[in-house]
Write a protein that binds this ligand. Structure first.
Ligand code: ADP
Ligand code: MG
Length: 342
């Protein structure tokens, strides 16, 4: 049964980057304004995420690493109006399950000291002691995937691409929470720090550089009860020229980053559409650009099901909503064609 559990865990947490993603989401759900991620060079020996959020309450501590234990929703219908990134109560349980050693440090408002807890593989607490630490939570996972040798081998072979994904992951969360400070320290590499920004355009500038972001404009509009915030190219040709190397579309639904690589989901259709526009309006030389800069944030709580992918990184709209969204975004891409955008 130990193995069956480990296999289940590996469905959500397939590699160290997906573990870090879950830890970042937990920190954001705890209203952190500072999140620091620290890892070993191979991302496997050590993963640590430290935040200054509201901490894990004393009552929740014995449950936090237990499967299906979440403090974020109390009944099924809450799923329709999620205000948090997490809702399954699975991530910490899976992390502990797949790690050699897990500890957490937490301190809530009003508590004189922090405490450090040792967590067993089944998510129980096997020991605790006081420790000096500021308000917030630190989760430290050592030897992740050691028990799944094939996964581990695979991760070891792909360290460079995992690091690339990790960097883009941190930028992704920063752009949806620009007021939060993000730090990324990978052993042996230069630290990345994203300082708090006033707004998305300022944060984009910090991620992609000033030159690139001045080619974009901020758009804020609403239709059919769907709010859209976008930071997109004034002229697609310029942005295409600037973003040969850029790889991540920053697309969000109500603060949740969504992936644009599945077949025929609303988000993938939008991304393809954007790329088609960029291609169409690029010069021949830029035509090979496949990943131009896009920040697109849809705000439409209650209009979709967020519980469809293990990684919680896609949402399902019903057909009529999907059509509205696609029309709205298409108009947005089109709007500039008569004005300055193209
Ligand atoms: P979920 O996020 O789906 O609730 P997790 O397994 O990710 O499930 O986390 C379990 C619980 O642990 C959360 O519901 C929350 O109460 C608590 N928790 C985890 N990380 C943090 C954190 N960084 N700050 C405060 N509470 C946390
Ligand atoms: Mg979570």
């Amino acid at each position: 049964s130990d193995t069956i559990r480990a296999l289940g865990s590996s469905q959500t947490l397939t590699d160290p980057v997906s573990v870090i993603k879950e830890l970042i989401e937990n920190s954001l759900d705890a209203k952190a304004t500072q999140i620091t991620i620290e890892t070993s060079a191979n991302l496997l020996d050590l993963i640590q995420v430290k935040d200054n959020g509201f901490g894990i309450s004393a009552a929740d501590r014995p449950l936090a690493f237990k499967r299906n234990c979440t403090s974020k929703i109390t009944d099924f219908s809450d799923l329709n109006e999620l205000t948090t990134l997490g809702f399954r109560g699975e991530a910490l349980a899976s992390a502990a399950e797949l790690a050699q050693k897990t500890i957490f440090i937490t301190r809530c408002e009003g508590e004189p000291v922090a405490e450090v807890y040792d967590v067993t593989r089944d998510g129980s607490i096997s020991g605790k002691r006081p420790i000096g630490a500021p308000l917030g939570t630190t989760i430290r996972v050592e030897g992740i995937l050691k028990r799944l040798p094939v996964r581990m081998e695979n991760a070891l072979k792909n360290t460079q691409s995992l690091i690339k994904r990790l960097r883009s992951l941190v930028a992704t969360y920063y752009l949806s929470h620009p007021k939060c400070r993000f730090g990324l320290k990978i052993k042996g590499q230069r630290d990345t720090v994203y300082p708090p920004s006033k707004n998305v355009p300022e944060a984009v500038m910090k991620v992609v550089g000033k030159e690139a972001s001045t080619q974009c404009e901020w758009i804020d509009t609403e239709r059919y009860g769907i709010k859209v915030e976008a930071f997109i190219a004034k002229r697609f040709a310029d942005v295409a020229a600037l973003h040969k190397e850029w790889c991540a579309p920053y697309i969000y639904v109500d603060g949740r980053p969504v992936a644009a690589n599945r077949r025929q989901t609303t988000i993938t259709i939008i991304w393809k559409m954007y790329r088609t526009y960029v291609k169409a309006f690029s010069t021949a030389e830029d035509a090979r650009v496949t990943n131009p800069l896009l920040y697109l944030h849809l705000r439409c709580p209650g209009m979709y099901d967020a519980n469809i992918e293990p990684g919680k990184d896609d949402v399902l709209f019903d057909n009529s909503k999907a059509l509205k969204i696609i029309t709205l975004v298409e108009d947005l891409f089109n709007a500039g064609s008569s004005k300055q955008r193209f």
